[in-house]
Design a protein around this ligand. Structure first.
Ligand code: F6R
Length: 366
């Protein structure tokens, strides 16, 4: 049942070229310039006219929501607020009729996410669901939605569900942008072509596993880890840190790289591994400066870089290359080495990666 892998988590990490493909299939056709999202087709005009979009989720699904915020704002020019479902539901939020709430959930059973949807619905908002489990509570309460089709996720740490969520949210954003006219037809087609190539790029990124195993050996006894990224890669930093702490029990924090100098920089010494997501995008030069700041304080730097990068390898302790893509889709690729890093560190520490202590696959109590 683990398909020859030692753990479900490793199986699910390796499944991603296929699970992303399953998610895109039948929806995206780059050569025809077509994108069809049957589940929400009746709601596209509402989305196009929305004054704002609220995204509610927890944990890894919340990280997918953060990436979606950047994509929706860039391509659709609609303001987006990403909310921890648990905070949103209890703070008497301002919700208008015409607002759209998108709930993201692998299990479709997360109590806080479900309650956030009920609240939004009771105040007249439209609620859309991005779920993996078909027929789940969240799927049923949604006005409409798009399934992620990643297949069953057994490992408690979410991996393939996350990349499928990013794929679905990217498609929704591109579709809305096309309808709204905030993206040109040429750019729209280019973006579809980028998205279609993601499964092959994820396949390529998986090839770094042996190298990542070597890096894991060096850092398996670390007490702390920092993960830093900017722009689209900021949520990837958060996700990398969450994956590491939940399965290896190493304390890890993710930050937007520029926030480092507002506090976390005080933590950096020769004992502190810092993982930078430093791919070639609009924030590249800024991230390079942040790397220099860490190296000046003797931090150990592991950098996820775009293939062919010649600058960063000269500055850091370890580089892991990933294929390049449009920056909006980089989280789909850049998250792969971070999943593998946390997996291998956890295995080396003798942790139960598929069922980490104190965690449940779906959190059906608040
Ligand atoms: C992290 C993880 C959790 C879930 C969170 C939300 O690896 O698995 O943080 O992402 O509990 O769960 P869903 O997506 O089922 O609502």
């Amino acid at each position: 049942e683990k398909g020859g892998y030692d753990h479900f988590m490793l199986k699910e990490i390796n499944e991603q070229p296929r699970s992303i493909n399953d998610c895109l299939r039948g929806r995206l056709n780059a050569s025809e310039g077509q994108l069809t999202l049957g589940g929400i087709s009746d709601y596209l005009s509402k989305l196009r006219q929305a004054d704002r979009i609220i995204i509610a989720a927890c944990g890894t699904s919340w990280h997918a929501g953060l990436v979606a915020e950047y994509i929706f704002e860039e391509f659709c020019r609609i303001p987006v607020e990403v909310e921890y479902a648990s905070e949103f539901r209890y703070r008497n939020p301002v919700i208008h009729e015409g607002d759209i709430l998108i709930a993201i959930s692998q299990s479709g059973e997360t109590a806080d996410t479900l309650a956030a949807m009920e609240l939004a619905k009771s105040r007249g908002a439209t609620v859309l669901g991005v779920c993996n489990v078909v027929g789940s509570s969240i799927a049923r309460i949604s006005d409409a939605g798009v399934y992620t089709h990643a297949g069953p996720e057994i490992g408690v740490a979410s991996t393939k569900a996350f990349t499928a969520q990013l794929s679905v949210l990217s498609m929704i954003a591109l579709k809305v942008a096309q309808q709204k006219g905030t993206i040109s037809e040429t750019r729209f087609r280019e973006m579809l072509a980028h998205l279609e190539q993601i499964p092959a790029k994820v396949e390529e990124a998986l090839k770094s596993e042996e190298q990542i195993r070597g890096i894991s050996e060096l850092y398996q006894d670390a007490k702390n880890f920092l993960y830093l990224g900017r722009g689209y890669n900021f949520p990837v930093a958060l996700e990398g840190a969450l994956k590491l702490k939940e399965i290896s029990y190493i304390h890890a924090e993710g930050y937007p790289a520029a926030e480092m100098k507002h506090g976390p920089i005080a933590l950096i010494d020769e004992e502190m591994p810092v993982c930078f997501i430093a791919t070639r995008d609009g924030s590249y030069d800024k991230v390079v400066s942040n790397i220099q700041e860490v190296k000046a304080r003797k931090g150990k730097v592991i950098a996820i870089v775009s293939e062919g990068d010649v600058l960063i390898p000269k500055m850091v302790d370890h580089v892991i290359e990933v294929p390049n893509t449009h920056e909006a889709f980089m989280p789909l690729v850049a998250t792969i080495p971070l999943q593998l890093l946390s997996y291998h560190i956890a295995v080396m520490r003798g942790c139960n990666v598929d069922q980490p202590r104190n965690l449940a696959k779906s959190v059906t109590v608040e």
